[in-house]
Design a protein around this ligand. Sequence first.
Ligand code: SF4
Length: 407
Amino acid sequence: MRGGPAPERYDQGIAPFPLEEGYGNALYLHVPFCVVKCGYCDFHSVADSDPQTMREIVGAILEEIRSLGFRPRPRTIFMGGGTPTHLPERLLEELCQGILDLCDLTHLKEWTCEANPESCTPSKLQVLKDAGVDRMSLGIQSFHPSILRFLDRPHGLEESRKALELCRETGFPHLNLDLIFGIPGEDRETWAEDLRTALGFHPDHLSCYQLSFEKGTPLHKALHEERIPAPEEEVCVSQLLSTREYLRDNDYIPYEISNFAKRGAWCLHNVNYWRAGNYLGIGPGASKHRDGWRATNHKALPLYLSSIRESGCPEAQAEFLSERTRCGEALWLGLRMDQGVSLKELEARFGIPILLTYGQLIQEGREAGHLLLEEDTLRLSEEAIPVADSWLMRFLSPSQARVPRGT
Ligand code: SF4
C-alpha cells in the first residue's frame, strides 16, 4: 500500500484508495500536451507548454507510478492525452523507459499510443515501437482541408497521409484512425469520402464520433453566438447509419456504438472501460477505479506537480460508489457494446435484481424498440443507435431505478 499522508477528503469517511499488488490491469497514462488547442476539444490538454514543464510532468508521471508502492502488471497500456507524441523525442523515450522499468509487462496484451499526424516523426515512432507499443491511434478526424481548418486541427492532409504511411513502415501491427462526422455543412458524400480514404490505409480499427459541442469550447461559443450553423440532425443520423452499413460491408464489426474493428482487433483497453472494469489512471486529471473506489487526480499542472512532490499522491477527489450506482454505470456503458450485457453477470457482480430495479425503464425501452432482451442478454437495437447516447444516460438516473423492497 502507498505510504504518505492521507489526503484530507479521506477524513470525510472514505477509506484510502486500495492500492496494492495485483491492481493495475488497465494502465492509462495521461500526457496533457498538444501543439494547439482544437476548437471543439474539452479533453484535459494544454498548448504552448515549454520543454521544462513537459520534463517536470513526465518526471511526475513516473514518480506517481513509483509511489504506488507496487509494480503494476498491466494487461493493457494506453498512453493518451493530449498528444503523447507532442513530447520531445527524448522525453517520449524517458516515459517509455520509465514504464518498462516500473511495470511488470509479462502479462501485456496491448500497448496503445495516441498520436497526431503533425507530431509523428520517424524517430519518435521508432522509440514507441522499440518500447513495445503495438497499436497506434491517430487523430485524423478528416481528410478534407476545409474541415480540418474548421476544427482548428494542427495538421493538413499531407501530414495525415505521411503519418499513416510512417506508422505502417515502422511496423505497428495495429492502427486506429479517429474520425469525426456531423460537421456543420458537411454533406453525406464528403463524409463517405473520408471513410473511403480511411479504408485505403487498411487500419484494423476505426473510431467514428459525431462532433459534439461541449460547453466551454470555442466551437460551442461560436454555435451559441450563431457564428456557425448547427449541423443538420437528419444528415448526422444518415451519416451515422451509413457509416455502420459501409464499415460492416467492409468487415469492420461495430463492436461499440462509435468503434469498428476487424475481427480480433477490438481495443482491449477500452473494452475494459465499457465493461465497467477496474483501471489505473496516472497523470494530471487521470482517474482510477477499483471495485467501487474512484479517485481523480488534480488537473492543474502546478497542483499535480506539487502534490506528487509532497506526498506522491495527486488525488483531488475520491468517492466510493454504491452498488446501485455501479450497476447503473455498468448498464450505461455495457449497452454501448454490440454484445450487450448479461443480466445474470451484473446481478452476481452487484447483488441487484436488474429486471426488478430497472424494470420500468427496460420495459419502456423494449416497447420503443430500443432494447432487445434475449434470454439473459440485454442489447441495444440497431434502431436505437441514433438516440443511444442520450437514451442510455437514463440508466444513470436514480429516479429510473426502483428500490426493490428489502434491499
Ligand atoms: S489534439 Fe486532441 S487532445 Fe489535443 S487539443 Fe486537439 S482534440 Fe484536444
